[in-house]
Design a protein around this ligand. Sequence first.
Ligand code: SF4
Length: 516
Amino acid sequence: MTASRPGAGPAGAEPAGAGPPGAEPPGAAPPHPAAGHPGMPTYLGMPSFPAAAKTAVADSQLRANLAHATHTIRAKRAAAVAELSDWEQLRAAAKAIKDHTLAHLDTYLLRLEANVTGAGGHVHWAADADEANAIVAGLVRAAGADGIVKVKSMATQETGLNEALAAGGIGALETDLAELIVQLGHDRPSHILVPAIHKNRAEIREIFRREMPGAPAQLTDDPAALAAAARAHLRQAFLSAQVGVSGANFAIAETGSLVVVESEGNGRMCVTLPRTLISVVGIEKVLPSWRDLEVFLALLPRSSTAERMNPYTSTWTGITPGDGPEDFHLVLLDNGRTAALADRTGRQALRCIRCSACLNVCPVYERTGGHAYGSPYPGPIGAIISPQLRGLGSPADSSLPYASTLCGACYDVCPVAINIPEALVHLRAKVVEAKRDKPFSPERAVFGLSGRVLRSPRLLAAAQRAAARSGRLVARSGRIRRLPPPLSGWTETRDVPAPPAESFRAWWARTRGTRS
Ligand code: SF4
């Protein structure tokens, strides 16, 4: 065991995209396919959400792709959920199980560790992303490999594993179709479940033609043709891989078993074919027992892919001689989760099962897409989980709690009943509190001045007279269409009604003969 063990209170693999694996005759072993893939860009130094969103909302192709995809998934999910008369009871049960587990996280994590170890696996504790990446790199080198095949994993996106391995000369090949599209396009995922949701079929065909070794010259944008090209590209990698890396959707403390839920079957190839399997799993993914899993396997497929039952659910417990990997390592990742657990309101974000239902109903996500969130976790859940895992120190993280209309659609669809609007308001309060420590804040100065004026009838009357006079100079037909900075932020998207020539108080004093 390495690193620190729990005192309290992680992310995993999710299903995505489409594209079943198929047959590919093994030929002479080529270089490891991962060797040619550079890591994905990291999220360091991202601008604030409004700055990043400005570019996104100006991209009409992106908005069309997003609107089509989110509306389709949203409608299918609603129909799948409506089939179950006990959906709300399942939702309440999931919330209760997660809350109980989070309240006793240390107990369940130690039980998980004991049972993984008892089944022949090894457990490593990683306090942060760097530690997790170093553990994985060390294990890959110890296995004598220079590349890995990966199951789709939010936890390893969060830690920037691909970039860290690339820096050490280790290639990482994404095997989920949508993740592969993103990787080949030198892009970032923009959706938890469908990472390439911002790309349409024609764009994907161009990426494959340009970046995929061996892609047919006459490749069309037919989904079956695209899936077949990806299948051929991946097959040799599966057969030659020495090390597979996964996340996990759930970790069962009762037996030390891991569960990966996916749609394509590529994940199953990664967790069964290589000799060494490494699973990087957030500490909040633990569940006490198999009985608890039953509830989540009912909720997750309908919430994510609108399926009644998940097509590929892989489970494994340690190692089994002659069957699957000979060496299994579980890396339990904290990376800010313990801090989130200490926050009474914010901790509910740790219930998330990464179904992405909240993204598909969010009016903000639908217009901006996922890149503007500056994190592997976009949409409403990203707006509350990223600032808790990374802190509120950066422009991106301090702006994320404001990336919402607070309409509550995310709360309504969340299968684990995370009250995202409540957490957003809570985090906004923290952002404001953090500004109190700064010697100067424009927001504080404006509100301080407003407070002084509103407390004084004399100053208020003077301000109203000044506003009426200056309004007459710039207003046209009773509207002000352009104001100088910093007020130009308002008039960029809406007009301001011109201040009336006479305030109510002045009118009252004039017509009733009393002092204003
Ligand atoms: S917050 Fe809820 S709806 Fe959103 S991804 Fe997590 S579990 Fe799904």
